[in-house]
Write a protein that binds this ligand. Sequence first.
Ligand code: SF4
Length: 399
Amino acid sequence: MKSAKHLSQVTENNGGNGNGQQKPKSPKYLTRLGQIPQLGHEEREQLEKVNEQFIFRSNDYYQSLIDWDDPEDPIRRIIMPDVRELDDWGQLDASNEEKYIKVKGLEHKYTSTALLLVNEVCAAYCRFCFRKRLFMDENEEVTKDISDGLEYIREHPEVSNVLLTGGDPMIMSTSKLEPIIQQIREIDHVKVIRIGTKIPAFNPYRIINDPSLHKMIRTYSTDEKKIYIMAHFNHPKELTPIAIRGLNMLMESGAIVVNQTPMIRGVNDNPEVLAELFNQLSFIGIPPYYVFLCRPTLGNQPFAVPVEEGYEIFEQARSFCSGLAKRARLVMSHETGKVEVVGMSDDQIFFKYNRAADAENDAKFLVFDSNPDAYWFDDYEEAQMELPLEYSTENALVS
Ligand code: SF4
């Protein structure tokens, strides 16, 4: 069985409590459950079994956001292991990302967008991570040497967007990140550089304490070609004053910041909470971009919300939002593309490919019989109707 990669503890200065009033400090990373004093002996022993398979990592800033008097605390759900992760459910690579790896460390699934997996570490580990396989022994999808990936991008002029991902690229020092950004910027046909990161939520001090990061963004996010920060806030509790300060520093440096989040049971599977997240992000100037239905990733059953329930939550949340706050799309990041849930009737559900790996599926509209037990696109067996792009646009059936 694959097991979690256990990293040695990284100790930095003591962290803050998120109130933004004190001199910024760097959090202390926590990699052992024994460092969490709120866990009783018995509970810790149980969770150690989970930790053997799916690694635990957090820091004292993020831990300080947990209300330990609330057993349902959403931050606790995001970061603390859950014994139900050991239930046999899902697969390690639920969207078959491996299929789209063209050279080591590079995925190319959608024509215009390539992914560079530059790192296999995050500032902390979300329990519901869909890439948890990267944190395990034996995984070799990530490479520190991105030269083959860069060469691939140079040879593919259709790639206008490059997403740096992993793991979390922002856990790298700016001195390591900058040469990567610089080399991508030298490729003329790449217009947008995206950085997928949960650092603004997990460790905003990484942003606040590093003027060289701001300088790098100012240099490479230009008038014509922007750097996008694909932030990952799951719950309004993560939007602390210090996190908001970090986000504003990124925007003031010239980055465009958007947010994407999975819908997670016990975290944001509540219309009021999801609406509060969307609205608060819009107040800061950050559009909600995607809400992902949880992929059927190994160990993720406690976090997954069925598709039809998820759609109802999503639409109710949108009804509490301003237009600016309701820009997210609800999608399944499926092997074949980003399948958006666009509507439901009493007995049917409607999907549309927002992004398709195969051009034949571009904007395809699909109708399936309802299945309230479905967690994923594959759980819908036979389409009642499939309208390809030509048909749907010619007949104006799909807006
Ligand atoms: S930040 Fe992203 S890649 Fe890292 S653990 Fe969370 S979901 Fe996984």
